[in-house]
Ligand binder design. Structure first.
Ligand code: BTN
Length: 321
């Protein structure tokens, strides 16, 4: 109920207590009690006789209703069911369990804090309490396992576009790290899936974005950044960032559904850093040095090594200076 009340107040206009009590079929006293709880959570809600309630200020809280109130084009957003937790081991692990148990779709899990956040290639992901966005999406796209690579690339496109909408410069470093203008990483993406040889059953897309968390442990300080740092030190509303990413992910999903893979790889290339530059790629088979030439239609990286093009699917890239 409190989420619905917040949704009604989201545009900052007065809403009468009577209108709320009618909409939710509860007494005005019950509405007043919910308003009291919301105030205790940090929401600044003005109350005036004959006018009702008005939301003056919301804390930087992540709630489904607040996130939804920021959708730029709600009619184009997938039917995301958003759940916010104060703490989870990992939002990816949580959704993996659901995916295996009961077959949900379009589920979004967000945690204020992850106790065992998972990064790519078996690494840990630093996920401190509040300040960041630790979010996973469970979807069941009609894709073959080979096409699932498009989802990984598309997610990086979605995040980079969402950040650019906030007037913060962002680029993509292959395969799916998002960097800011200081050259440091602001977002990491980890996709997990279950598939058979022909089709993908489910995909869990984990997105970690450093938003207002501008303090990193010593080992990350040189390589990690946050949106606040590149926004003149101004904090951002995490719910607005989450909404922008979910809006863009809806667009990517729709492109995948109509097999518009070229649109995704073109967008990726226009946002990429390191194109036509000398790079080194660390793969499980060893290191590769060459010139990055872009992506092919299946999402493989095209690396020119001594005049020959090699296709690379996974690894870590360093751009030579
Ligand atoms: C990387 O190593 O770059 C990928 C990091 C992915 C982190 C996100 S945070 C939300 C989701 N839950 C996890 O445990 N990992 C992903």
């Amino acid at each position: 109920m409190r989420d619905e009340i917040l949704a009604m107040l989201a545009n900052g206009e007065f809403v009468s207590g009577e209108m709320m009590s009618r909409s939710f079929s509860v007494s005005r006293a019950a509405i007043a009690k919910h308003i009291k709880v919301l105030r205790s959570q940090g929401y600044e809600i003005e109350a005036l006789p004959n006018r009702g309630y008005r939301l003056k200020n919301a804390p930087d809280l992540l709630s489904p209703a607040r996130i939804k109130s920021f959708f730029a084009q709600p009619e184009k957003v997938l039917p995301w069911q958003i759940k916010v937790f104060s703490e989870l081991e990992s939002t990816n692990t949580y959704l993996r369990q659901i995916a295996d148990q009961d077959g949900g779709n379009f589920l979004v899990a967000i945690a204020e804090h992850q106790t065992a956040g998972k990064g790519r290639l078996g690494r840990a992901w630093y996920s401190p309490d509040a300040g960041g966005l630790w979010m996973s999406l469970l979807i069941r796209p009609q894709l073959s396992p080979a096409q699932a690579q498009m989802l990984t690339l598309g997610t990086a496109v979605a995040v980079a576009k969402a950040i650019r909408e906030m007037d913060i410069a962002a680029s993509i470093k292959w395969p799916n790290d998002v960097l800011l203008s200081d050259g440091k990483k602001v977002c990491g993406i980890r996709c997990e899936m279950r598939a058979d040889i022909e089709h993908v059953d489910w995909v869990v897309i984990g997105i970690g974005i450093n938003i207002n968390n501008d303090h990193f442990p010593a080992e990350l300080a040189e390589i990690a950044t946050c949106l606040k740092t590149c926004n003149h030190g101004q904090s951002l509303d995490r719910a607005a960032v989450a909404a922008a990413v979910l809006q863009q992910m809806s667009d990517i999903y729709q492109k995948l559904e109509r097999s518009a893979f070229a649109e995704i790889t073109q967008d990726w290339q226009s946002l990429a850093t390191g194109l036509h530059k000398a790079v080194t790629i660390q793969t499980t088979a060893g290191g590769l040095c060459g010139v990055m030439r872009g992506l092919d239609e299946e999402g493989y990286l095209l690396l020119e090594v001594e005049g020959q093009i090699q296709r690379v699917l996974a690894g870590d890239m360093t751009i030579s200076v």
